[in-house]
Each structure stands twice: as structure tokens, then as C-alpha cells.
Design a protein around this ligand. Structure first.
Ligand code: TEU
Length: 526
């Protein structure tokens, strides 16, 4: 029983080290900056910290391009700083979850350097190389960040493959020696006393090695690589090995980052036979985008009801199989308050706290992204040069090449840029909110305390409610002993509701019987 409960009770806080807190004065956040705020985090009530990559890296993709899995990037501090962080967090009852990037390395990783230098080296097969096609790339596939997936190897007829940036060559998971080396690395990290891992882009590890031409789907003449690199049949064998040889024996808490896993494949990821303790489901994150290709300029006018149905579907499907990690923000997403309520007038304490409770009491382990607990909103940038994020630059170019004007392209990346979430954490604002009678931060503290007091909010079954109208997201949690009803009014208008009795445990506004005020949330226990 204990095993299948792994990670369920946790409340996880995601730290993006570069922009959390700068203790050294160089303008970049660092490990000692995190150390300084451990009391803040334990007061907030979180029990686990997920630290985004702090490994050695040339920072082409802000650390998701790892050049040495066993080293800490000097700009973040030292391995001693990290060990101290693990200890000090532990003293305060918080565990550490490291980010694990297994799909690709940096082009500066010694394996890739060896593979490039010597085609006969054993490391050549750690990556994916292919012969050119009459001087042209092996196929017309487009990488996730834009441009070809194929990068020519200077002075040869060969290309190497990358799903993301050209400085992130994909590892070849078909090579058993390579897998063994990754597994050793994972075991090494567990010995440092961490609790587990958030596993990056894990549904990319299996490739269709034919890498055929696709039907061009943009004016760049390229076709999305995703059908040949993501959720490819056969991935289940790699996941099973990772589970049996590594994660299960280590007894760690793991969460998979895997975009667009079909619900029919959930069993490979979670539940009894699945590889991970829990998974992020992204099916309800792109409710503001049209189409499946995640192009930021393809905006869509969405309704609360549409969002609600995606969310309900996710909860119900996952409930059949295993356990989700629930979230509304991360380092790849714009700020939730801005995404849900683009009109500045709506970006209030009420809206931020309503959104917070809406997802926090879902069935799953809640993840809070740094700054989210302050109701932080997006930032606006006036020029494309100000973006530090490789995906934003790629999306800008793709918008232009598909016919947007420069102004339009800039507008769209401002709405969606990952940089929105990567601005420096506002510690002044945190201090202010600590002191205020009513604040988003205080509301988050109430939520973490409640979740710890009420087992039903952790283990209860999820039951969707549609009877309060299209603009109200409502659901029940029920463990057979207790019932909770969560009601969230997404609209600016007051809603009449005929609610049954019960004890009101939480609301973000004064409660008036049979009424939901604009952006009001109410949590009722009975
Ligand atoms: O993201 C993996 C992924 O699937 C991306 O397509 C992601 O959906 C996209 O960036 C969303 O805007 C992970 C990391 O979270 C991301 O920060 C990295 O850039 C990426 O892997 C490559 O390592």
C-alpha cells in the first residue's frame, strides 16, 4: 500500500534557480539564494522542492542542455552549496526533487564531443547520425524550436539529429551502454539524499529511426517531427526498463513531463505498471491555442466551459489509471492569471486566488511554480531582442514565415513567452503580502494547511459538477467519509446557486448565501 501512495501527500514548489534569488549580486539567481528563502518556503507549507536544472551547461536552453550531469554550473554555486541545500531543506521537513534530462545532452557534453571527433568512437552510437541525401538533409522534419532537426557535421556527409535546439543532440536510447550510463548517473544522484526526479521530455526517448519526409505544414517547407519522435510505439519497453532497473529499486518519487500522451497509453506512465509515481497532463494547458501544433500565433477565443471539459476529462481519465501532478504554471508557460484573464482589470487578488483553489484541490499532487503564490502576471517586452528564450525566438520566426506582421508576431510571443515565468521573483511583493491582511500568498498558506488536515482532499475521488452553469468550474472530492464541494466562478458576474448545507472551510471573499460573487471560490465540507 505504501508504495502506491508515493508522493501523494506532497505539495511541490518548483524553483527556476536563475530567477529565484540572487545572493551573489551578479544578477543571476543561485543555490545560496534558495537557501536564504527556505524558511519562506516551509512557512508556505510546501513539502518538496523541484529544482530546475543546475547542472553544467552552456545555457543554450537555460540548462536543459546538460554538458556534465555530475557537476553544478558555477553560476549557480558549487556541489557543496547543493548538498547544504538538501540538508537544510531536510531539517525543515522539505525534500528535494532534481530535474532529469534524459532525452538529449548539450553538444558540449564529452560523449557528443567524442562522437563528433571520431566516427569510430563508441560514443558515436550514443547519438543519432545519418548520411546526407545528395547534399541535402536526410529529411524535411522540423525541430520543436524551429528549423531542421538535422545539423550538418562539418567536413563530412553526415548530419546529427536533434528534436529541440541544434545544441541539444538527442541521445540514442537504442544503445544499451548509453542507457546504463544514464542509470548509473541517476543512482549517483539518489545517494546525495534527494527524494526523486522530475523527468524531462521523457516521451521523446523512442524514435522512429526511418525519419521519413513529412507533408510540409508551414511556409518553411518543413513538417513537424513530432510523429517520429514523441509517443512513438515501442517506448513502453524503455519506460519499463527505467522503472524496473532504476526507479523502483531506488524507491524514489518521480513525475514525468510528457506532452500529449494519449489517454490509452497512461498505463505506461502511471499506476501499478507505470514508470512514474505521477505525471503532468498537458491536455488542459493549451486551451488558448488553436490546433495541435502549439503555434503561439494560432490564438483561439475559448470559453470557461471548454477549459472545464478538458480539465474534467483529464481528471477522469487519469483517475482510472493512476495519479496526476496538477499545475497551472511552470517555467514553460505564461503566468496563469494573465493566460486565463488577459484583461488587466481582471488580474486581481480574487481571480488569482480563485484559480489557485480551482486546481489545488483537484485529485493529484499540487505543484506551485515560483511567484504563482503571489499572483504574479506576465511582463511585456517591446522588442524581440529582449527575449532570452530560444522557443520564443523560434515562435517569432515561425509566425513571420507563416505571414504575420512583425507587430503581430511580437504580440503573440508576449502572450505566450516562457520568459514571462522566468523574470526575477519579486521578493518585495512577497514581503508586502506577508503583512497584508488578505493576499494571494496568505490564501496559498490556507490551502496548504487545509490539504494537510483533510485526507479527503488528498485521497478523495474526483466527481465533476456541471449543474452550476457554463461559467462555474465545480467538482466534488469524496472519500466515502467526507465530501468536499469546490465552486469557482470564472465570470465577472454574480451567479445564483442553490447549494446544499455544509461547513464553508475556505473562500476568497465574504460568503453570501446562494450566491457566487465574481471570481469567488468556495470550499464546502459535509
Ligand atoms: O519541455 C519539453 C517539451 O515538450 C516542450 O515542447 C515544451 O512543451 C515547450 O517548451 C512548451 O513551451 C522540456 C522543458 O520543460 C523545457 O524547458 C525544455 O526547453 C525542453 O524540455 C527541452 O529540454
Amino acid at each position: 500500500v505504501m508504495d502506491s501512495q508515493k508522493g501523494k501527500q506532497e505539495i511541490v514548489y518548483q524553483i527556476y534557480p536563475k530567477s529565484f534569488c540572487d545572493s551573489s549580486g551578479d544578477g543571476i539567481g543561485d543555490l545560496r539564494g534558495i537557501l536564504k528563502h527556505l524558511d519562506y518556503l516551509s512557512d508556505l507549507g510546501v513539502t518538496m522542492l523541484w529544482i530546475c536544472p543546475v547542472y553544467a551547461s552552456p545555457m543554450d536552453d537555460n540548462g536543459y542542455d546538460v554538458s556534465d550531469y555530475y557537476a553544478v554550473h558555477p553560476m549557480f554555486g558549487t556541489m557543496e552549496d547543493l548538498e547544504k541545500l538538501i540538508d537544510e531543506a531536510g531539517i525543515r521537513g522539505m525534500k528535494i526533487m532534481m530535474d532529469l534530462v534524459l532525452n538529449h545532452t548539450s553538444d558540449e557534453h564529452v560523449w557528443f564531443q567524442n562522437a563528433l571527433r571520431d566516427p569510430k568512437s563508441r560514443y558515436r552510437d550514443y547519438y543519432i547520425f545519418k548520411k546526407s541525401r545528395n547534399g541535402r538533409p536526410p529529411s524535411n522534419l522540423r525541430s520543436v524550436f524551429g528549423g531542421s532537426v538535422w545539423e550538418p557535421v562539418e567536413g563530412t556527409e553526415e548530419y546529427y539529429f536533434h528534436s529541440f535546439s541544434k545544441r541539444q543532440p538527442d541521445l540514442n536510447w537504442e544503445n544499451e551502454d548509453m542507457r546504463k550510463e544514464l542509470y548509473e548517473m541517476i543512482r549517483w544522484w539518489m545517494k546525495k539524499g534527494i527524494a526523486g526526479f522530475r523527468v524531462d521530455a521523457i516521451n521523446f526517448i523512442k524514435k522512429d529511426h526511418t525519419f521519413p519526409d513529412g507533408k510540409p505544414d508551414g511556409r518553411d517547407g518543413l513538417a513537424s517531427c513530432l510523429p517520429y519522435v514523441r509517443n512513438v510505439k515501442g517506448i513502453e519497453a524503455f519506460l519499463r526498463e527505467l522503472k524496473n532497473q532504476v526507479f523502483d529499486p531506488l524507491d524514489c518519487v518521480t513525475v514525468s513531463e510528457a506532452v500529449d500522451v494519449p489517454y490509452s497509453s497512461l498505463g505506461d506512465y502511471i499506476g501499478k505498471q507505470g514508470c512514474f509515481s505521477m505525471m503532468f497532463d498537458f491536455s488542459y494547458t493549451n486551451f488558448d491555442l488553436e490546433g495541435k501544433d502549439e503555434k503561439w500565433y494560432k490564438r483561439k477565443t475559448w470559453t470557461t466551459e471548454e477549459f472545464r471539459e478538458l480539465l474534467f476529462k483529464s481528471q477522469e481519465e487519469i483517475q482510472k489509471t493512476g495519479w496526476p501532478a496538477v499545475f497551472i504554471e511552470n517555467h514553460d508557460q505564461p503566468r496563469a492569471v494573465s493566460k486565463f484573464f488577459p484583461d488587466k482589470k481582471d488580474q486581481t487578488y480574487e481571480a488569482a486566488s480563485m484559480l489557485a483553489a480551482m486546481y489545488f484541490f483537484l485529485r493529484g499532487t499540487p505543484f506551485i511554480y515560483q511567484g504563482q503564490e503571489l499572483g504574479t502576471t506576465n511582463v511585456w517586452k517591446d522588442s524581440v531582442c529582449e527575449f532570452d528564450d530560444i522557443e520564443s525566438r523560434g515562435q517569432y520566426l515561425s509566425a513571420l514565415s507563416d505571414g504575420c506582421t512583425k507587430e503581430e508576431a511580437l504580440y503573440y510571443i508576449n502572450l505566450r513567452s516562457r520568459d514571462n515565468a522566468r523574470e526575477m521573483m519579486d521578493w518585495k511583493e512577497a514581503e508586502t503580502q506577508e503583512k497584508e491582511e488578505q493576499s494571494v500568498l496568505k490564501f496559498y498558506k490556507k490551502m496548504t494547511a487545509l490539504r494537510k488536515q483533510e485526507p479527503c482532499l488528498i485521497y478523495g475521488k474526483f466527481i465533476p459538477y456541471r449543474e452550476y452553469g457554463k461559467e462555474v468550474v465545480a467538482y466534488e472530492r469524496n472519500d466515502g467519509f467526507t465530501r468536499f464541494l469546490i465552486l469557482c466562478n470564472f465570470s465577472r458576474r454574480t451567479k445564483k446557486i442553490g447549494v446544499r448545507g455544509g461547513e464553508i472551510l475556505l473562500s476568497n471573499q465574504p460568503v453570501k448565501e446562494k450566491i457566487l460573487r465574481p471570481f469567488q471560490v468556495i470550499l464546502i465540507k459535509d
